[in-house]
Design a protein around this ligand. Structure first.
Ligand code: T1G
Length: 703
């Protein structure tokens, strides 16, 4: 293992290289190394310029996020960056890969920036609930105008090499070895006698009409980033510092960023950052288990889900064959895919030729033998066990040896499906979320027989098609839908008790859910719930009020948006969701008929009943081993169910509320509501009694 920070001399130019795999995080070791090397270089008289670059796949991709939990140790960022900026000779940053957060701040403390043509600069701190804390809010607006600087950080999206050069963030774009390019750039500077160009000494750009800018940005953030603190603190920091001298501005930045680091919002987002990487690690399956190569994919069913799944693979250049039983079905499916691509083209997120190229990768067929050379076949037909078994029996014969057979079922027993194929070890659940070419979550369902290599391959496939793959064991509803059941049950029951859909969804959206569950049902089709419940009538609780409202709506054909009314009315010019007094009256009358007490639950009670019952179900999933980690559950909800990321997911949220508080509230509900639903899960009761958390439970299992 070489030095984390090394330095070599090339004819008067010092080349400083950071080597801290996997992403050159600017942790204490890197800061100490830079401190040592630049202190030494400062004293030398035989150096005319310095180039600062990184080994490995990327320039510094940020501070070490783990350090926020332990505290930033000395030497700190400001000391090191100031030392670099104070170099008596020009310092040129050589940027490749993704310079993110402290990486961009480090590059901006250099006097010049040379970037590889595929290199990018980003300040994604808001995605971690913080603001740039190493001078980014002070140096960036001295390189690009204030408004642009603010937008770059608010968007959190990386800026490409050419764009960076155009806005003044980079000085040159090179192809090939970026360090060599930077050394050549440095030699030009020396030849021109150009000295250091300290960013902090530059004036802030574009401060003319900032009076209007900040209120406008606050209004935008209030809409797009509801309930978030860090974006507002960022705007306030810019507003307070853009006309101040650098050092005064830097002081305010530090105060603001350290405040945010300790806040729940940032702890929640940092939790999700690592949880989204932890989901790829399956205890007991080591790096020696290699994924199978997936070069060709087959899809059974050209419906909405089948088409979306096919697009996910075509989007990464993998050829796909889509099988269906009728030409009509294929034609409808392919025109739907074509329309989806055209929509992306019209939005400018895709070029027309790219859309054609991707459609060209998707081939229709009526003959299942055409799936015989696929490495992975995914079935996506409607939820019917007999139909799925028939398909998998055939696939068991048609598919080549070593092919992986996936099912997109969301409710059916995959062990039972796998058993008919004669190759249960190659079976895995691949539960996509609609629209499948958009939604990032992929529940990967491990059966009793799924082999470690098939599971590893499924996780790798998820990464390749840019999905977040989370492993679940076979259980009704896997992780997501299983926990959705009590959440939606309580939302519905509140209607029988006198609440309106606006009150219920309002409480859930206030909490931060992207959309209230009743509005979600109206979007997906109110009849979906009743039809899946019919498949498992024998498993339903003895409760006449159980999802009674959706049954009533379905009986009347009020199926939601597609019929113009459901829990809400949509039969208005903009198809906006409007209150429906007639439906509300129907819910309340039914409540009276069933003898349900008219309790008019408060906003807080609605939130507690929906989320605490969901959390309790999550605890059951953990002790049953259906979910591997509480963190996995949080990733499922944040990436697939519109759970607010700044709350970290239901299990992280539970830890912030306190498991004892939740445990006791469940028992209170047990005494005032239907007791069959409110028994605390043994794991929750145990952790509450111990004063422990789900996070500690995860840690204790080394999960
Ligand atoms: N700190 C600690 N660990 C990190 C890390 C970081 N910044 N970035 C990545 N890792 C780990 C990650 O957990 C994983 O570990 C491995 O590296 C590979 O990552 C002062 C305050 C760079 C685009 O937000 O976006 O600077 O699971 O699987 O898909 O103002 O990592 O293998 O054990 O994600 O190729 C700002 C975070 C920090 C960027 C690469 N920076 N990183 O993606 O690999 S705040 C960020 C990423 C800051 C300053 C502020 C991505 C990546 P393991 P990976 P990848």
């Amino acid at each position: 293992m070489g030095e984390i920070v090394s330095c070599s001399l090339e004819d008067g130019v010092a080349v400083v290289r950071i080597d801290n795999p996997p992403v050159n995080a600017m942790d204490r070791g890197v800061r100490a190394g830079l401190d040592k090397v630049f202190t030494e270089l400062k004293a030398r008289k035989d150096i005319n310029a310095i180039v600062l670059g990184c080994a490995g796949r990327t320039f510094v991709a940020g501070a070490d996020i783990k350090e926020f939990d332990t505290g930033i140790a000395e030497p700190g960022f400001h000391k090191v960056l100031r030392l670099i900026e104070d170099s008596p000779v020009p310092v040129v940053a050589a940027v490749h890969g993704t310079a993110l957060g402290a990486g961009t701040e480090l590059a901006m403390s250099c006097h010049y920036r040379v970037v590889d043509k595929n290199g990018r600069f980003g300040l994604p701190e808001l995605s971690l609930g913080i603001i740039p804390g190493a001078g980014g809010t002070q140096r960036l607006p001295r390189l690009v105008p204030v408004e642009r600087a603010l937008d770059i950080i608010l968007a959190g999206k990386p800026v490409g090499a050419e764009a960076a050069r155009e806005i003044g963030l980079a000085d040159a774009v090179v192809e090939g070895d970026v360090v060599k390019g930077a050394v050549d750039f440095a030699r030009d500077l020396i030849a021109k006698g150009a000295g250091p160009r300290r960013t902090r000494e530059q004036p802030v750009k574009g401060t003319e009409n900032t009076e209007a800018l900040f209120p406008q940005k606050r209004a935008e953030v209030a809409k797009k980033m509801r309930n978030r603190q860090s974006p507002l603190v960022l705007i306030e920091t810019f507003e307070r510092t853009c006309k101040l001298p650098f050092d005064e501005g830097l002081k305010i930045e530090s105060e603001q960023s350290s405040k945010l680091e300790k806040a729940t919002e940032s702890r929640a987002l940092r939790h999700l950052f690592f949880a989204e990487r932890e989901v790829r690690k399956i205890p007991g399956i080591g790096a020696e288990v290699k994924p199978r190569p997936i070069a060709k994919v087959g899809i059974v069913g050209a419906g909405t889900m089948g088409g979306g799944i096919a697009m996910s693979f075509a989007n990464i250049g993998v050829p796909v064959t889509v099988l269906d039983v009728k030409q009509d079905f294929l034609d409808t499916g392919f025109s739907r895919m074509r329309k989806n691509y055209e929509r992306s083209v019209s939005r400018g997120s895709l070029k027309a030729e790219q859309a054609d190229q991707r459609m060209g990768l998707i081939t229709p067929t009526l003959n299942e033998k055409d799936l015989g050379d696929a490495d992975l076949i995914i079935e996506a037909v409607f939820e019917n066990m007999a139909l799925k078994k028939d398909i998998f029996r055939k696939l068991g014969k048609v598919a080549k040896d070593g092919a992986i057979l996936g099912t997109n079922t969301s409710t059916l027993d995959i062990d039972e499906i796998g058993a008919v194929t004669g190759r249960p070890q190659d079976i895995v659940g691949l539960h996509f979320f609609s629209p499948a070419h958009v939604m990032p979550l992929l529940e990967i369902v491990q059966t009793k027989a799924t082999s470690p290599q098939v599971l590893t391959t499924a996780l790798e496939v998820a990464k390749q098609i840019r999905k977040v793959g989370v492993v679940s064991k076979v259980s009704y509803g896997f992780i997501g839908n299983r926990m959705m059941d009590p959440y939606a049950r309580e939302a519905e029951h509140c209607l029988l008790e006198g609440a309106t859909p606006e009150q219920v969804d309002g409480a859930l959206e206030d909490f931060g859910m992207a959309m209230g569950i009743l509005a979600v049902f109206d979007m997906a089709g109110v009849e979906v719930g009743p039809s899946t419940r019919r498949e498992r009538k024998h498993l339903l609780p003895n409760d006449p009020g159980f999802y009674r409202c959706s049954d009533l709506l379905t009986e009347r054909g009020w199926l939601g948006q597609k019929t113009g009314r459901g829990y809400y009315r949509y039969d208005n010019p903009g198809h906006k969701r409007m209150s429906d007094p007639e439906a509300n009256e129907m819910f309340w009358e039914e409540g009276k008929r069933l003898g349900v007490e008219r309790r008019n639950p408060s906003r807080k009670e609605i939130q507690e009943r929906c989320f605490f019952s969901m959390i309790n179900e999550g605890a059951l999933l953990l002790e049953e081993g259906v979910a591997l980690r509480a963190g996995d559950i949080d990733v499922v909800y944040a990436s697939g169910y519109g759970f607010p990321r700044y709350r970290g997911g239901p299990m992280f949220y539970a830890d912030t509320v306190g498991l004892k508080v939740i445990h006791d509230r469940l028992l209170e509900f047990k005494s005032i509501l239907d007791p069959q639903y409110w028994t605390p899960a043994p794991l929750l009761a145990k952790l509450a009694a111990e004063g422990s958390t789900f996070a500690e439970w995860d840690k204790s299992r080394g999960a």
